[in-house]
Design a protein around this ligand. Structure first.
Ligand code: GLV
Ligand code: MN
Ligand code: MN
Length: 415
C-alpha cells in the first residue's frame, strides 16, 4: 500500500480561514471565547468542512460536535478511533491552540478518503465546548461532560466571567444539540496539539510524544474589605482588599519558587472594586492557577496558599472566601498508545522526545474512558495564549503525518 502523506498546504489554509473568525487586528491571533458569536461562526465553518467530507455530524446537549467518518471497508458498529481538540480560544489567543488538533483530524480523514484508503474502525473528529475555561469554568468542560465526569445540568449552569449562563449562551448560538451525553466511548483518542512551551524548540526535536499531563488547581478568591478615603484613612485602620490581593499574588510566585522543580503558579486575573484612584478597594477577586506533575506536591502548594490567606485575612481584617474553579489530578496516558505513536514518528524519520504536558487538554479527560495520548509539535519561542503563537507549516505537517499514521494503525488500515 502506498505511504500516505497529509496535504500540509490545505491544512494551513484551513487554519488561516478559521483564524479569520475572531481575528485580533494587527496580529495573527484570535479572540474566540467559548460560546460567543465568533465561536458560533467558527463552529459553522468547521461543520461545513465536516459535511464536505461526508462526515455524519452530531451535536450533544453541551455543544460538543463530533463528525463521524466511515470508509468503504469500515464496520460501522465498531467503536470509532477519535481525534480532535477545541476551537474556542482565550481572549488574547493564538490560531493554533486547539484548532490544529481539530483541523488536522479533518485533514487525516480527507487524506485517507481521497487516496481511496479505508479503516476497519470509523474515525471520529470532535471539538469540545469550552476547553479553555477562560470564560466558563472548569476548563475541559465539554469533554468532561462527554465522558460523564461532570453532569450536564451543572455545566449548563456555569456562570461566565461576563455573568452570562452557559446554557443560555449555548442556545443563543444555536448549539444545544440532541446527541446524548455521555457520548460514544471511542476505541482510542489521539490529540495533536502545539506544545505551548519551549521544550521541543530548545532541544531541536520535531515531535513530542506526550506521556502525561500535570495536575491543575484553579481557585477564585474573593476578598471583602472596606471602601474608605485614600487620603484620610490611617494605614493602621485600613481593610484594604487591593493590598491583600497583591500580597496573595506575590505569595503565589513565592510558592512556586520555594517548591521549585516543575511547580508553577499564576495570578492571571484581578478585579478591584470600586477601582478608583482615591478609594481603598472594598473588594478584590483574583484567580490562582497552580500546577504540578505530582498530585501530592500540588496539594502542598494549595495548603500553603490556604494558610497564607488565613494569616493575611486576620492581619488586614478582611474576609477571604475561596471557590474551586477547576481541579484535575495529574494524568498518565496509555503506555501502549504512547509507544505506538513514538515508533510511528521514528518510522517517519522524525526526532522524538517523551514529555509531560504543562497545559490541560481534552485528551486527559478522554483518558478516563479510553486509551489516550497526544502528539506535540514545537511552539516558536515557547509562546502560547498569546496572538504571536506560531508553529511552521513543516512542523505542523510533520505532526499531522504522525497523527495520520497513528490513526491508521489504531483504526486498522485496510484498502
Ligand atoms: C488550557 O489551555 C490550560 O489552561 O491549560
Ligand atoms: Mn488547547
Ligand atoms: Mn489553551
Amino acid at each position: 500500500m502506498e505511504q500516505l502523506h497529509i496535504n500540509g498546504n490545505r491544512l494551513w489554509e484551513r487554519l488561516d480561514d478559521l483564524a479569520q473568525i475572531g481575528a485580533i487586528a494587527g496580529t495573527q491571533g484570535n479572540s474566540r471565547l467559548a460560546l460567543t458569536e465568533e465561536d458560533g461562526q467558527a463552529r459553522d465553518l468547521v461543520i461545513s468542512w465536516m459535511r464536505e467530507l461526508e462526515m455524519e455530524v452530531t451535536v450533544d446537549g453541551i455543544g460538543n460536535v463530533v463528525g463521524l467518518w466511515n470508509g468503504t471497508n469500515t464496520t460501522e458498529s465498531l467503536q470509532p478511533v477519535m481525534t480532535g481538540s477545541h476551537i474556542d480560544t482565550v481572549r488574547s489567543g493564538g490560531r493554533f491552540d486547539g484548532n490544529l488538533g481539530v483541523l488536522a483530524g479533518l485533514e487525516v480523514v480527507q487524506t485517507i478518503a481521497e487516496h481511496g484508503h479505508s479503516t476497519e474502525h470509523p474515525i471520529a473528529v470532535g471539538f469540545f465546548t469550552g476547553e479553555e475555561g477562560a470564560r466558563f469554568a472548569p476548563d475541559m468542560l465539554g469533554s468532561l461532560v462527554y465522558v460523564g465526569g461532570l453532569d450536564i445540568e451543572t455545566a449548563l449552569n456555569s456562570i461566565g466571567i461576563d455573568g452570562k449562563k452557559l446554557g443560555d449562551e449555548l442556545k443563543r448560538i444555536g448549539y444545544c444539540g440532541t446527541a446524548t451525553c455521555p457520548g460514544i466511548v471511542p476505541k482510542a483518542f489521539i490529540e495533536l496539539h502545539i506544545e505551548q512551551g519551549p521544550v521541543l524548540e530548545t532541544s531541536g526535536i520535531e515531535i513530542g510524544v506526550v506521556e502525561s499531563v500535570q495536575g491543575i488547581s484553579w481557585t477564585e478568591l474573593t476578598i471583602e474589605g472596606q471602601a474608605n478615603h485614600a487620603g484620610t484613612t490611617p494605614m493602621t485602620m485600613r481593610r484594604d482588599a487591593g493590598y491583600v490581593a497583591s500580597r496573595i499574588s506575590t505569595f503565589v510566585r513565592e510558592i512556586a519558587t520555594q517548591i521549585g522543580g516543575v511547580q508553577v503558579g499564576t495570578v492571571g486575573k484581578i478585579d478591584l472594586h470600586p477601582n478608583l484612584v482615591n478609594v481603598v478597594a472594598s473588594r478584590a477577586t483574583l484567580t490562582v492557577d497552580l500546577r504540578n506533575t505530582s498530585g501530592e506536591i500540588l496539594r502542598e502548594a494549595e495548603d500553603y496558599l490556604e494558610e497564607f490567606c488565613k494569616e493575611i485575612a486576620s492581619k488586614e481584617n478582611v474576609v477571604i472566601t475561596s471557590k474551586s474553579l477547576a481541579r484535575f489530578e495529574p494524568v498518565e496516558f496509555s503506555e501502549e498508545l504512547v509507544n505506538e505513536i513514538s515508533s510511528i514518528a521514528s518510522g517517519l524519520g522524525l526526532s522524538t522526545q517523551r514529555m509531560t504536558s504543562g497545559a490541560g487538554h481534552d485528551a486527559q479527560i478522554l483518558a478516563r474512558v479510553c486509551p489516550s495520548a497526544m502528539i506535540f509539535v514545537p511552539s516558536k519561542d515557547g509562546l502560547s495564549h498569546n496572538p504571536a503563537e506560531y508553529t511552521s507549516l513543516e512542523e505542523i505537517s510533520a505532526g499531522a503525518n504522525v497523527l495520520l499514521h497513528s490513526i491508521l494503525q489504531v483504526a486498522g488500515e485496510c484498502s
